[in-house]
Design a protein around this ligand. Structure first.
Ligand code: HEC
Length: 182
């Protein structure tokens, strides 16, 4: 009996067990895989929906909820569209908390903890404006949002690091700083 098992074992090895199959007791899939013309799910044809050459297109009328937001740089021609953006996020405690978190990571280095333009990086950069001026208060939420996304002449774009709603949370937090400074 022992001999027969040993022979069976050897046959399995000869038939090409992979290292990880060797380490565990063979399951039904392993046995079926030994027969070359049997197809297991592991090796079978699978549909890869996003793979070239036939990526499956989204259903018509699909609205992107993340990602595909059209580029809208801060240029004079774009100002009407930028200022028309409506802040969809209410200034709740949760929004402020999240905005505060993102602000301290991405904006504080230049604009300072309170928004006065006195962050540690600005000791070298020297040109960061205060976010507490009347000019900054008069900027629309849409403008702040777009500035975060695309940056300015010197200010880097944070669109790739602060995503979707988080940008509005930062806007809400900047508004809070402006309110607190008044
Ligand atoms: C590397 C330094 C730096 C960082 C980080 C930075 N900014 Fe700025 N920011 C600037 C500079 C410099 C300007 C002046 C305009 C310009 O040259 O882009 C500016 C301008 C602005 C303005 C005013 C635009 C105007 O037209 O008056 C806003 C609003 C603003 N930043 C918000 C933010 C917010 C929110 C963050 C965090 C997501 C942030 N900034 C991060 C450097 C920075």
């Amino acid at each position: 009996m022992k001999r027969k098992l040993a022979v069976l074992g050897l046959c399995l090895v000869a038939a090409g067990c992979t290292a990880d199959q060797w380490e565990r007791f063979p399951g039904p899939d392993d046995v079926i895989a030994l027969v070359p013309w049997f197809v297991t799910m592991h090796r079978g044809i699978a549909i890869q929906p996003y793979k070239w050459p036939i990526p499956r297109m989204p259903v018509e009328g699909t609205v992107p909820v993340t990602g595909n937001e059209p580029v809208l740089r801060v240029t004079p021609a774009n100002l009407p569209a930028i200022d028309a953006l409506r802040n969809p996020v209410e200034r709740t405690a949760r929004s402020i908390e999240r905005g505060h978190d993102r602000y301290d990571i991405f904006c504080l280095p230049c604009h300072g903890a309170g928004g006065a333009g006195d962050g540690p990086v600005n000791e070298k950069l020297l040109v960061t404006p205060s976010l507490l001026t009347q000019r900054a208060r008069d900027l629309t939420d849409g403008y702040l949002y777009t500035y975060i996304r695309h940056g300015g002449a010197i200010m880097p774009a944070y669109g790739a690091r602060i995503f979707g709603e988080d940008r509005w949370h930062v806007v809400n937090y900047v508004r809070l700083l402006q309110g607190a400074a008044q």
